[in-house]
Design a binder for this molecule. Structure first.
Ligand SMILES: NC(=O)c1ccc[n+]([C@@H]2O[C@H](COP(=O)([O-])OP(=O)(O)OC[C@H]3O[C@@H](n4cnc5c(N)ncnc54)[C@H](OP(=O)(O)O)[C@@H]3O)[C@@H](O)[C@H]2O)c1
Length: 226
């Protein structure tokens, strides 16, 4: 798919912004979103895209975004937080886990609930959820060094398979993607640049209509700490 509209959450910086730039370069109509309207506007001006403010934890904000944008051809659920690095499951402050789940799981779920029904009514679209290598794909052992984050992304993988089953035969696909470890504010150490990760995510996001659904795409064998 090299035409159409893509809406990206959390695209003012990091991976989301790099994917916005990559998909714009490939000719898609990009709607760059961020929770801070000023940051959304500034990034969109720089990348020559459309924009709207969108805080995935705020129901009014999400409802407003769907009214403004309608059903995109590609919905890239990228926004996320990592708040519990360096902790472990028996000691992590549960307040941090709660905040993590509120953004990574419930926020993403809210965005999907608002946008996917309109995509189903149209009979086409691709919802792609940015997951992580901390989840051991669709099963297995979770990375315990970021317990709330690992659980939140593992839950997103579960949501991916549930929604893929729910939307089967509607023309809408739902997949998860692990970009590997990427050098961003969330994860300053890795070698991989956001631009490299963006090329992979863009390839997965733009697979043609009729492509796979309910799949976990992973960029390369990464260690379990993203
Ligand atoms: N970096 C890695 O190694 C890596 C690996 C695997 C997966 N990921 C995933 O990739 C995604 C992007 O991460 P990143 O590395 O690019 O991190 P990042 O630079 O910290 O970017 C996170 C983005 O999410 C946004 N965000 C946070 N809470 C939000 C909310 N309530 N509503 C809307 N946007 C919100 C942030 O906006 P603000 O600027 O307003 O905070 C920011 O734009 C995340 O889902 C992350 O879990 C990252």
């Amino acid at each position: 798919m090299t035409t159409g509209t893509v809406l990206i959450t959390g695209a003012n910086r990091g991976i989301g912004r790099a994917v916005a730039a990559e998909l714009r370069r490939r000719g898609l109509d990009v709607v760059l979103t961020a929770r801070d309207p000023e940051q959304a506007r500034a990034a969109a001006e720089e990348l020559d895209t459309r924009w709207t403010d969108l805080d995935i934890t705020d129901p009014d904000s999400v409802a407003r975004a769907v009214r403004t944008v309608g059903a995109p051809d590609i919905l890239l659920c990228n926004a996320g937080v990592l708040l519990d690095a360096g902790t472990e499951p028996l000691a992590v402050p549960l307040e941090r886990v709660e905040r993590t789940l509120r953004v990574n799981l419930l926020g993403t779920w809210r965005v999907l609930q608002e946008f996917v029904p309109a995509m189903v009514r149209r009979g086409s679209g691709h919802a792609l959820l940015v997951s992580s290598g901390t989840t051991a794909e669709f099963g297995g052992r979770l990375f315990p060094g970021t317990p709330g984050y690992s659980l939140s992304k593992s839950a997103l993988n579960g949501l991916t398979t549930m929604l893929a089953a729910t939307t089967e035969s509607t023309g809408v696909r739902v997949n998860a993607v692990n970009p590997g470890r990427v050098r961003t504010r969330m994860m300053p150490g890795p070698h991989q640049s956001p631009e490299e990760a963006a090329r992979y995510i863009a390839d997965v996001a733009t697979q043609p209509h009729g492509g796979p659904t309910g799949r976990f795409f992973t960029a390369h064998s990464s260690t379990s700490q993203e």
